[in-house]
Design a protein around this ligand. Structure first.
Ligand code: S3P
Length: 196
């Protein structure tokens, strides 16, 4: 049952999902459609630390990166009119979900391991957890372990073979049906489409 359905409009959206599922791209587009703010966790952590994500993994290890993710979550969990895109492993600390209050819609961008590796190969971003030999087997294994956690989301959207624009529009439509809180603070019903 969506946290967002408990009698209030959607105030914030958290996009979860495996690496390369499109959280950053979809999140940016979704925020534009809703005219909300967008926070990309990896980018924000890089900005704050002055180091790239692969560098943080290499120099300080994954636990330090997870600590930074948790710290950032505590800071942004109460923001309104915000689309949040944490990295793919953020969900391995599922207790962070509890920091978000009512009005939060958690959306899982569901991707297959094959498609994730295909996309990761094309992308410029380096993903330390998919580096090395047999990335598909690695992705399958990681995804199998994480799937029960991603499934804690309120909504799951399949993204294989679908452009980010289409996925963003689908989420925006679902959010409007639930009732989205617009930046101005007045209720925005299903018929009010800011991108039309
Ligand atoms: C990670 C996903 C990455 C990034 C880091 C770890 C993971 O983000 O946070 O490399 O554990 O799945 P993307 O999901 O944006 O690739």
């Amino acid at each position: 049952m969506p946290r967002a359905e408990r009698g209030r409009p959607v105030e914030r959206i958290v996009l979860v999902g495996f690496m390369a599922s499109g959280k950053s791209t979809v999140g940016r587009k979704l925020a534009r459609i809703l005219r909300w703010r967008f926070v990309d966790f990896d980018e924000e952590i890089e900005r704050r630390t002055g180091r790239s994500v692969p560098e943080i993994f290499l120099r300080y290890g994954e636990p330090e990166f997870r600590r930074l993710e948790a710290e950032l979550t505590r800071e942004v969990a109460r923001l309104h009119h915000t689309v949040l895109a944490p990295g793919g492993g953020w969900i391995t600390q599922p207790e962070l979900l509890d920091l978000f209050g009512p009005g939060t819609l958690v959306v899982w961008l569901r991707i297959s391991p094959e498609e994730a590796v295909r996309r990761a190969r094309r992308a410029r971003t380096h993903r330390p957890l998919l580096a090395g030999p047999e990335p598909v087997a690695r992705a399958r294994d990681l995804l199998a372990r994480r799937e029960p956690l991603y499934a804690l989301a309120d909504l799951a959207i399949d993204v294989d073979g679908r452009p980010a624009d289409e996925v963003a529009r689908e989420i925006a439509d679902r959010v409007r049906r639930l009732g989205a809180a617009p930046p101005g603070g007045t209720w925005q019903g299903a018929s009010d489409r800011p991108d039309s």
